[in-house]
Design a protein around this ligand. Sequence first.
Ligand code: URA
Ligand code: CA
Length: 435
Amino acid sequence: MRMVDLIEKKRDGKTLTTEEVNFVIKGFTDGSVPDYQMSAFAMAVFLKGMTEKEYSDLTMAMVHSGDTIDLSNIEGIKVDKHSTGGVGDTTTLVLGPLVASLDIPVAKMSGRGLGHTGGTIDKLEAVEGFHVELTEEEFTKQVNDIKLAVIGQTGDLTPADKKLYALRDVTATVNSIPLISSSIMSKKIAAGADAIVLDVKTGAGAFMKDIDDARDLAKAMVKIGNNVGRQTVAVISDMSQPLGFAIGNALEVKEAIDTLKGEGPKDLEELCLVLGSQMVVLAKKAETLEEARAKLLENMKNGKALEVFKAFLVAQGGDGSVVDDPSKLPQAKFVQEVVAQQDGYVSQIVADAVGTAAMKLGAGRATKESVIDLAVGLMLNKKVGEAVKKGESLVTVYSSTEDISEVEKDLLENIKISTEKVEEPTLVYDLIMEA
Ligand code: URA
Ligand code: CA
């Protein structure tokens, strides 16, 4: 087989066999296929697309390009949740303990990464003493004992995806459904998930700004999962405005604690119930979504979900008492209000711009070298659709410096107020299951 022939075949819109897809990925991983050929191949895929079988093959070829995590020593069906990324998305912190409280194993590998706030691990590190350096044995034992553990990135997972993503970034080939769907799904499958619930975001703060694109991506990922023997469902949810109130690391831990008690922001709670119900059904702990939702709500009300969160923090070296006293989380030096300049209704909170404002305060990493300030961030006091009076607080800003004029300017520009009444945006647009 020669790479040039496979590039030509894809360029002409023909379909590659499993062996041909494997050849491309194996060669790219071991270096026998150089970057310039892979770039041409990625562009051919971008322009001509791939069949469902081709991108399922591509996914599995990337899974097998490196290490895979074996979770077979953990009892039960391992269901993983993945979000395509948004602003102030506190769902992982809530869903882990909530789902685990129903005896469902949550064996989570997580990262730090770049973004408006830190990743799940950064957020959890706002709890004094918490760490993710577990051995494989400790990880397995903890999940079997308390049903929840979070470990940092271990092993060399999907190296082909890492290399290809870097190449796509500089060859204008990121935005391709076969390439995005195989990239995301290969990582989930390599991390050992038996079943997968996807939260595909749409709107200003999402990767997929447009709902039809989000739906196409969701469909492709659901097809991949089901083609390769991992039951997968997807929820399409709104990311036009940030989710919940908190955008920041310690602030989101506090928000997760409130939500686990059933006292969190309504949109965050609702999305957690929608995603959580899917996870519970896939884990076969309920027959229907209604039954699953009732069980999740019960464990919010009776304190079990919060108890699991506490046990999990303690098991990983953290100060579990933050659950009872969130004032023990890192506190920002300055707390100031950004107030409405006019009466009206909040008509837009541009998610990505508000996320960037939080990052400017130090809540997230702009580059790999950036150091996160766990205490800083934003708390939204109004969400889209709410009435507001001139002088009322729109956002509380938690900062390490007193001068927040630049962030204030960004916020006032991106939180729009209209004189006409505005509807609350739809939170969950669609559910994609196998046809
Ligand atoms: N996220 C991924 O992991 N891969 C992509 O290709 C795009 C977004
Ligand atoms: Ca939030």
